[in-house]
Design a protein around this ligand. Structure first.
Ligand SMILES: Cc1ncc(COP(=O)(O)O)c(C=O)c1O
Length: 400
């Protein structure tokens, strides 16, 4: 009898963690490495949020909390959904979890039976297919194209849906491509879903506040209220408020689903960290100037990186609307010989050679289900980004 569960054989380790690990090892050996793999803002959590956490400790808010979250936070989230997204979720329709990750996981755990399919547009955040696999479901990938800025088309979505489809996981702005759907683009997706009443939408709005220029964020249940009864709107404070380590994510959805997720969480982690919940209340209710300021910083970085990458031989990089990632194609380098003498046959070869030759750590696109591409996280200083892009240009020019 095998000791480890069969489900484990379906789960891959995270490629993004593997790249960060490799970069750390090379750094420890004294190599000059620029890591562009991390998926978290390089800013510190705002002081008002930290102060709220300290106050919570001093007030003694250090006990177990209700499984779905403290009433103050569920109220703050309910008001946030109304204020920013025009969505009516009563506090009972809201659940707070240990990061957006736990919310997604518990939603899938609460709903998937063996054989149920989950449509995931590719490129996708690395955890979606693995979570689906752990929960016993089957991931069905709907490919996107660089020409469409990596956005799912109505046709591709329609073709991926079968009678077994339970969910579409929809992520805008996207990790890894940064693509964000305009209201019209989203409408094309919601129109398809209206024709398939058995399909639910798990919308991951984690990067909502990181959009640039005059782009206006919208979410599926806002665009198409007829989908409200089969949408779980997931969000969190990790990316918008530089709170990745605090582990607070949340969702609003139909009461029955929220209750099912509460049941699972009650036997798993129970209520999320009490102090972090009070910090999240302040993040959502307090001043929002932190978000506005950082958007500007990220936008300048995005523009720098896109412009410099498009000057690298063999690289083509669309300008994404949001998040802090770009997802350039390295198709023009495939088949060429790297300075080491190795032939670049895949995007994984490309990122390996780039790391070995120039010390720039990025993640290969095949890890996100679509290549030959690579993902750069621009959540680091402009000076480092400029240096990294110069190295990428030099590497590409040296490939013959
Ligand atoms: C698209 C997406 N969804 C969800 C998460 C998870 O967020 P959290 O750190 O709150 O668990 C991430 C984090 O990288 C992400 O990129």
């Amino acid at each position: 009898m095998a000791f480890l569960a069969d489900a484990l054989s379906r789960v891959k380790p995270s490629a993004t963690i593997a790249v960060s690990q490799k970069a750390r090892e090379l750094k420890a050996k004294g190599r000059d490495i620029i890591g562009l793999g991390a998926g978290e803002p390089d800013f510190d959590t705002p002081d008002n949020v930290k102060d709220a956490a300290v106050d919570a400790i001093r007030r003694g808010e250090t006990k177990y909390t209700p499984v779905s979250g403290i009433p103050d936070l569920r109220k703050a989230i309910s008001e946030k959904f109304k204020r920013e997204n025009g969505l009516d979720y009563a506090p009972e329709q809201i659940i707070v979890g240990t990061g957006g990750k736990q919310i997604l996981f518990n939603a899938l755990m609460a709903t998937l039976n063996a054989g149920d399919e989950v449509v995931i547009p590719a490129p996708y955040w690395v955890s979606y297919p693995e979570m689906v696999a752990i929960c016993g479901g089957t991931a069905v990938f709907a490919e996107t194209r660089l020409e469409d800025q990596f956005k799912l088309t109505a046709e591709a979505l329609d073709a991926a849906i079968t009678p077994k489809t339970k969910w579409l996981i929809f992520n805008s702005p996207s990790n890894p491509s940064g693509a964000a759907y305009s209201a019209d683009e989203l409408r094309a997706i919601t129109d398809v879903l209206l024709r398939h009443p058995h399909v639910w939408i798990l919308t991951d709005d984690m990067y909502e506040h990181l959009t640039y220029g005059d782009f206006e964020f919208t979410t599926p249940a806002q665009i198409e209220p007829k989908l409200y009864d089969r949408t779980l709107t997931m969000n969190g404070v990790s990316k918008a408020y530089a709170m990745t380590g605090w582990r607070i994510g949340y969702a609003g959805g139909p009461l029955e689903l929220i209750k099912a997720m509460d049941l699972i969480q009650g036997q798993q982690t129970s209520g999320t960290n009490s102090i972090a919940q009070w910090a999240a209340v302040e993040a959502l209710n307090g001043p929002q100037d932190f978000v506005v300021k950082n958007k500007k910083i990220f936008e300048a970085r995005r523009d720098l990186v896109v412009s410099m990458l498009n000057q690298a031989a063999g690289i083509s990089c669309p300008t994404p609307e949001g998040a802090f990632y770009v997802y350039p194609s390295c198709a023009g380098l495939i088949g060429k010989t790297a300075p080491s003498g190795k032939t670049i046959e895949t995007d994984e070869d490309f990122v390996t050679e780039l790391l070995e030759t120039e010390g720039v750590a990025v993640v290969h696109g095949s890890a996100f289900g679509l290549g030959p591409n690579f993902r750069i996280s621009y959540a680091t200083s402009e000076a480092l980004l400029e240096e990294a892009c110069q190295r990428i240009q030099r590497f590409c020019a040296a490939c013959k």
